[in-house]
Ligand binder design. Structure first.
Ligand code: ATP
Length: 208
């Protein structure tokens, strides 16, 4: 199994790359999706959040009201630390479980927006960073309904492009049309990921 960490700034094209890799045959572990799964109604994650932050974080259907949680959890550092202490270990456990469930010859792609900020680069055989100029990202995000001030605030809160480039084994340029990106992803898949996965499997002692 080859573990690939996939990241990039907001609106850089991570999901687009992840979808293309899945089309080629990768197994996707989506960090945003797992973050939602661990606080679904009926989970002990949601119960722990309610115990800490009160039933006011639930909507009328008993699901997590993210805006209400954010208002409480981002009020002070202690509250934010409590939120992380509840969610992070659960997301980590579910990530490990999903990775372990993948076939032995899988190329597993972990799409994780905050890979660099969290210092996770060493967890992967290969770190792929999607890179696009800020104006292009703002335009694409605007098309998706994200207002420019919100996008800029998120960009400022994240790692810089330089910090991400430093963590990258592969830097995927997404400044051009999406077809160009798709061609780069296909090349990455056949020229690097598939041979690397074979190599990793060959090197592994039998039975592991
Ligand atoms: P987020 O950080 O919000 O999760 P992301 O990094 O996963 O975003 P995508 O969702 O893949 O990025 O791309 C952001 C938007 O830009 C999407 O609407 C996508 O369709 C569009 N997009 C991605 N690449 C290109 C491109 N090369 N040309 C035009 N639009 C693009």
């Amino acid at each position: 199994m080859l573990r690939v960490g996939l990241s990039g700034g907001i609106g850089s094209g991570k999901s687009t790359v992840a979808r293309r890799l899945v089309e080629r045959g990768a197994v996707l572990v989506d960090a945003d999706q797992l973050a939602r799964e661990v606080v679904r109604p009926g989970t002990d994650g949601l119960a722990a959040l309610v115990e800490r932050f009160g039933a006011g974080i639930l909507d009328a259907d008993g699901a997590l009201d993210r805006a209400a949680l954010a208002a409480r959890a981002f009020a002070d550092d202690g509250a934010r630390a409590d939120l992380n202490a509840i969610t992070h270990p659960r997301i980590g456990a579910l990530t490990a479980q999903r990775m372990a469930e993948a076939p032995a010859d899988a190329i597993v792609v972990h799409d994780i927006p905050l890979l660099v900020e969290a210092g996770y680069a060493a967890n992967y055989h290969l770190v792929v960073i999607v890179d696009a100029p800020v104006p292009a990202r703002l335009r694409r995000l605007a098309d998706r309904g994200v207002a420019e001030p919100d996008a800029l605030a998120r960009i400022r809160a994240q790692a810089t492009d330089e910090q991400r480039a430093e963590a990258a084994d592969v830097l995927l340029d997404n400044s051009g049309p999406v077809e160009e990106l798709a061609a780069r992803v296909d090349e990455l898949w056949s020229d690097r990921l598939v041979p690397f996965e074979r190599d990793v499997r060959d090197r592994r002692p039998a039975g592991q």
